[in-house]
Design a protein. Structure first.
Length: 587
């Protein structure tokens, strides 16, 4: 069972997704205003190209980390985008200890992990090192996902690892305790056993901090969604989430907790704006939990696995139609930023295929065909150029609030240029997500009607107009919500087929710029060239505006660079003595 299936199973009694029952109307033509004189804010790190470096899931070379993307792909990313942001590495302790009887091979495997960590740290980036995997002999059962039984030995193993990487080598690492512990495919244990695991890692970190004075951030729980727990839970009971219980546990046992992490796979760009049962954004709720248990409320909140996901392990919208998933990236990031999230790492660098665990998912920014030779490099998908666009954003964010359900802009500036990213993403499940947004506002009876309709085949007939709402006996609030869902579904169908006409008006400067335009659309889904399609002069002193016709599931980056002033022709210096002689002779 994959993560999405497990998540849907745990929520079989409750719908969820983003919050709020209101939505913006979508006119046929959009207009945005960018004021260059507006006060900006430092570009939030949420917009920086950050990614989980996983991929493949299998290498013939046993000294190569098995879940790390191919070396050539890592080198391509570093050459194009650098390693100056956040990068997650899944550090498999089970895999490492499997080579305990072959010291040379084990040392080489550790060196291969460390070489990537070093490159990131030396570049000024941050590694989120996900510690997972139970070595043979240390678990309750003989399985790498087993809960730890020999806590003392496991603590020493983790402590030695952190000592080497953070205290001796001084790499910039945030440590994360396990990965998706709420899913059986990743953790075979009870809630108390996860807390025991976190406790021994936390104690190891406290001891090393005391001993070396090193900065060693620790966090978790890296659950499959924000309200998940090892026992089934849903959005209606947030205080039963593993996030809440971990915060409470760390307070009770005085354990370090330096960041909160979770996963968030969805096709909905507004997932982070989800409301809780208390009619407040869940991110605000998490920060209130932190304050209540005497942690800093501004503790970093990190989504360290996310991607476009409509439920399929192998999705054409992440493959042949990769422009769909690509256009999702800026739409989702903008909503993450507006919701107050601090950091994110996209999952992942390379597709998973033909590995021993049988994991086949085309989530990567780079493709991988397991039937090809072992050194096969695959190709860059359309989403890779979105990350390259993000890398060209300015260092200040200008105000550009969301006003449309599907299209939006991210406006930035630097000292000598302006960069505006425009996107047009239409959620393929927009109507279903809309219904999910209102679920926390309904009473139990109203909620039951919605859930029963969604679980039956009637929902598709209702949305398509084949089943008339007037023929159904429904509570007024339920009926109103379904009417709105029908309206949204119709607009989503329209805009997924029609181009959007967009006008962007610029003001606040009189300078002349040179405009370069970068485009990502359905014209290319693999190995797409990243170059400006045209350059033209833009005179902002004359009330400049840019008209764009943006195709569905596309994005454009407009980069305006200040045009250099024309060179002033230098006049030869005047020899004053010679000039005086000439004047005297003329007299």
């Amino acid at each position: 069972m994959n993560r999405k299936q497990a998540l849907l199973l745990s929520l079989s009694l409750v719908l969820f997704l983003p919050a709020g029952t209101a939505f913006a109307q979508s006119p046929d033509e959009l207009e945005f205003n960018v004021d260059m004189s507006s006060p900006g804010t430092p570009l939030p790190k949420i917009y920086k190209p950050s990614i989980d470096l996983s991929g493949r899931g299998n290498h013939r070379d046993i000294t190569r980390p098995q879940t790390l993307a191919a070396q050539g792909i890592l080198e391509t990313w570093q050459a194009d985008l650098g390693f100056t942001n956040f990068y997650r590495i899944q550090y498999n302790l089970w895999e490492i200890e499997q080579l305990a009887k072959d010291k040379a091979a084990k040392d080489k495997l550790l060196d291969n992990y460390e070489s990537v960590i070093k490159r990131i740290s030396d570049s000024g980036g941050v590694v989120i090192l996900d510690l997972f995997g139970t070595p043979s002999g240390l678990g309750k059962v003989l399985d790498k996902n087993s809960a730890v039984h020999n806590l003392k030995s496991y603590k020493q193993l983790v402590k030695d690892t952190i000592r080497r990487l953070s205290c001796e080598k001084k790499y910039n690492i945030w440590y994360e305790v396990w990965n998706a512990p709420d899913l059986e495919d990743f953790f075979l244990g009870e809630r108390s056993e996860y807390f025991n695991l976190y406790r021994i890692v936390g104690e190891a970190v406290k001891e090393l901090r005391q001993e070396t004075k090193a900065r060693i951030p620790l966090g978790g729980p890296s659950t499959s969604c924000w309200f998940a727990n090892i026992q089934p839970n849903d959005i209606l009971t947030p205080e039963r989430s593993l996030i809440y219980e971990l915060i409470k546990y760390c307070y009770s046992y005085k354990l370090p907790l330096d960041f909160i992490s979770w996963h968030a796979y969805s096709s909905d760009p507004e997932l982070e704006k989800q409301l809780s049962i208390y009619n407040k954004p869940f991110i605000k709720l998490i920060r209130e939990w932190l304050s209540y248990f005497h942690f800093e409320s501004n503790l970093p909140l990190v989504i360290d696995e996310w991607n476009f996901d409509a439920g399929a392990n192998i999705s054409s919208q992440r493959g042949k139609e990769a422009y769909v998933a690509a256009s999702f990236i800026p739409a989702r990031l903008k909503n993450m930023q507006e919701a107050g999230l601090d950091y994110q790492t996209y999952f992942c660098l390379e597709d998973f295929e033909s590995n021993r665990d049988g994991v086949n998912r085309n989530l990567g920014i780079f493709s991988f065909d397991g039937q090809e030779r072992s050194d096969y490099r695959g190709y860059a998908k359309a989403g890779y150029n979105i990350f390259r666009m993000l890398n060209l954003l300015g260092n200040e964010l200008l105000p550009s609030p969301s006003t449309d359900e599907f299209a939006g802009i991210i406006s930035t500036r630097s000292q000598d240029y302006l960069a505006v990213l425009i996107f047009n993403y239409i959620d393929p499940q927009a109507a279903m997500d809309y219904l999910s947004r209102g679920i926390v506002d309904l009473n139990s009876t109203e909620r039951k009607y919605i859930i029963n309709i969604v679980k039956s085949d009637r929902i598709e007939k209702i949305l398509s107009g084949q089943l008339d709402l007037s023929t159904l006996r429904l509570p007024a609030k339920t009926r109103s919500m379904l009417k709105s869902a029908i309206d949204l579904n119709n607009r989503a169908r329209k805009f997924s087929a029609d181009n959007r006409k967009i006008k962007i008006t610029f003001k606040g400067t009189k300078d002349i710029y040179m405009l370069s335009r970068y485009t990502m659309d359905s014209g290319c889904s693999r190995d797409c060239a990243f170059k400006a399609s045209d350059e033209q002069e833009a005179d902002f002193g004359q009330g400049y505006s840019q008209a764009i016709e943006l195709a569905p599931y596309s994005a454009q980056l407009l980069v305006f660079k200040k045009k250099p002033l024309p060179a002033v022709e230098a006049k030869p210096p005047v020899n004053t003595a010679e000039e005086a002689v000439k004047n005297a002779e003329n007299k």
